[in-house]
Each structure stands twice: as C-alpha cells, then as structure tokens.
Design a protein around this ligand. Structure first.
Ligand code: UT7
Length: 329
C-alpha cells in the first residue's frame, strides 16, 4: 500500500480592511516611514479595530474562504488546529470558537502556542493526523490579532506587527504530495528576550501589572534579530541537506515575515534568488502565526502542482523550524 502524505489542497485567508501606514504611525510615535522601511521592509499593516472583535473574527472569514473554494461542507472537517498567541480567551480554544461559528460540528480542535513558528508546528501536527490514516480533512490555521497586545505609545514593537489569519486544508495523498519533511526546534532560554510578562499564572492580572504595561509584548529586538537570522537560515539549510536538495531544486521559499533583512539572509544561505521568495511584509507587517499561510494565500495562483516549497520560521520561545512541501494542486 502507498504511503499516505498530507497534501495542502486549499488555502483561505483574511486581513482586515483597515490599514495602519507608516505615515499614520509617524503621527503617534517618534518614528519615520524611512526608518521603518529601511530597518524592517514594512510600509503598512492591517488592524482589526472594531470594538468587541477578536482573533476568531479573523479566523472565521479565513476558513470560510477556504471552504467556499473547495465547496466543502463544514461538517466534513475532522479537526481544526489554530496556531495563535492572541486567543480570544485563555479557554475555550479559539479553534473551538471558530468551529462553532462555522458549523464544523464533527471537528475536534485546539490552539497551538508556538508564536511565530506556530503555523509550522501546527502544520507538522496536522500532517501527522493525515499520515496516520485516521483523519481525512484537517484544517491548520495561523491567526493573530497582534494589535490586542501592542503598546501604541512605544515605538519598538508597534511598528512591526499587524493582524491577519490564513488557513490550509490537509487531505491524504497517495502520490507523494504535501508535507515531505520538517525540522522543528525550541529553546526556552529565549523567553527572556520575547514575552508578555503578566496575565499568566506567574503574574496574574492586577492593577499594578496593568499600570506597568506588563500585558503588552516585550521584545529585545536586537537580540531576537541576531538569533532569528542564524536560526531561520541554519534550519532551512539543514532541511535542504537532509533531503539532498540545493537551492536549484526549490521553487519557493515561504519565510516568516518578521524583518526583510532576516528573509534576505535566509534566501542567501539557501542559494535562492529573491524572485523565488514570497515577501508580503510591506503590506501586512508581522502577523505572527499568520505570515506563512498568508503568503501561500497571496501566491496561490502562481503555485504549480509539484513545486517544492520550503516554509521557514523563527519566533518567540524561542521556536523555529523549516518544512518541505511538495505543492499538490
Ligand atoms: O517575529 C518574531 C521574532 N521577532 C523578530 O524577528 C524581530 C527581530 N528584530 C528586529 O526585526 C529588529 O531588531 C527591530 C526592527 C525590532 C529593530 O531594528 P534594529 O535595527 O535592531 O534597531 P535597534 O533596536 O537597534 O535601534 C536602532 C536605533 C536606536 O537608536 P540609537 O540608540 O541608535 O540612537 C533606536 O532607539 O533606532 C532607534 N529606533 C527607532 N527609530 C525610529 C528604534 N525603534 C525605532 C522606530 N523609529 N520605530
């Protein structure tokens, strides 16, 4: 019997209408369009600004887009894994909230927390369900409302992040399409450089934690940058080597969109020209778990059956990894 692989058979995505441009940021913090563009490659990001909205409001339209493309009944979905660091609530999971809202009544689901590498970790997990032969339709998504954890009075982080969500459908392939190999890594020592100090069991919310702005992202950007450049490039090169591939065999690099300079370094290390790299950071900024599937969403019309893709990420934790995918449609 042929081995079952997990093919990506559809992509859906959603970004809010509202744009926050570098020029808008110039009006609220001490920064400039030129600084942001040169240091990060970002021109604007999308913000879900309506009161009472949450990450599921990004995730639901992304999954509905995917279902419409496949003309798929939500009741056919076996499982939804939602990678996010900005869940609607601590519990229940955002995946459950999304399942309920789209009518995926036969699906089990849960959230996966691996920050910017969340989509890759979830993709590998979802692929294993398919490869086991037990499940036939698994949705893997990345969704983050980063604006909910940003302090728009300090310039270090609010310029980088944006809101968005995207999802892929995994189905069994007997022809070898889909996820081929993955290298995933974590190092908890990285927690000191990128985290949210309060709101968890270590420092539950109090008036003091709120006044001290401890519920916003803390990032030591320079240090994270240093680890991200080597982490993402090393793991991508290791993945190629392990699969006896070179840059010539790869049609697309799909990198996490944190900083254009980190993306450039990874492409160089893999021997890939920039034309083979999916880059949309200028339009969306860093949407954390959503960056990689949002690239697939933007580029889906250019992808061809059999294309070799390397998906690569680095983020909070630290977490990082790379996944090799043979495109299935
Ligand atoms: O996705 C999850 C993982 N995260 C990442 O991968 C992010 C990694 N880090 C980065 O992308 C970059 O470190 C940042 C974009 C966050 C910052 O860029 P940088 O080139 O590392 O800048 P810096 O923090 O070293 O600051 C350089 C200068 C400083 O001024 P002085 O001390 O040289 O006078 C900052 O005060 O730029 C100043 N600066 C700014 N100026 C204008 C910092 N932020 C800003 C700003 N606008 N927004």
């Amino acid at each position: 019997m042929s081995k079952i692989t997990a093919a990506i058979t559809a992509v859906g995505g959603y970004v809010p209408e509202n744009r926050l441009t570098n020029f808008d940021l110039e009006k609220i913090i001490e920064t400039s369009d030129e600084w942001i563009k040169t240091r990060t490659g970002i021109s604007e990001r999308r913000i879900l600004k309506e009161a009472g909205t949450a990450t599921s409001d990004l995730g639901v339209p992304a999954v509905l887009d995917l279902l419409a493309k496949k003309n798929l009944d939500p009741k056919e979905i076996d499982c939804i894994i939602c990678a996010t660091v900005t869940p609607d609530m601590f519990f229940p999971s955002t995946a459950n909230i999304i399942s309920d809202r789209i009518g995926a009544t036969n699906a089990f689901g849960y959230d996966l927390s691996a920050a910017c590498s969340g989509f890759l970790f979830a993709l590998t997990t979802g692929a294993s369900y398919i490869e086991s032969g037990r499940y036939k339709k698994v949705i893997v998504m990345g969704a983050d409302k980063m604006s909910s954890i940003l302090d728009y009075t300090e310039r270090n982080n609010c310029i980088i992040f944006g809101d968005g969500a995207a999802a892929v459908l995994l189905e069994p392939s007997l022809d070898g399409y889909g996820v081929q190999d993955s290298i995933l890594k974590s190092d908890g020592a990285g927690k000191n450089y990128l985290h949210i100090k309060a709101g968890g069991s270590l420092r539950p919310a109090t008036i003091e934690t709120v006044l001290a702005k401890e519920h916003y992202i803390f990032q030591e950007g320079k240090t994270v940058f240093k680890y991200a450049v080597s982490g993402m490039a090393d793991v991508s090169a290791e993945l190629l080597e392990r699969n006896q591939l070179t840059g010539d065999d790869i049609n697309w690099l799909v990198p996490h969109q944190a900083n254009l300079r980190i993306i450039d370094a990874t492409a160089k290390r893999m021997g890939l020209p920039i034309e083979k790299v999916m880059i949309n950071i200028s339009r969306y900024g860093n949407t954390t778990a959503a960056t990689i599937p949002l690239c697939l969403w933007d580029w889906q019309d250019q992808l061809k059956k059999g294309d070799n893709l390397v998906l690569a990420a680095f983020g909070g934790g630290f977490t990082w990894g790379a996944t090799l995918v043979k495109w299935g449609y």
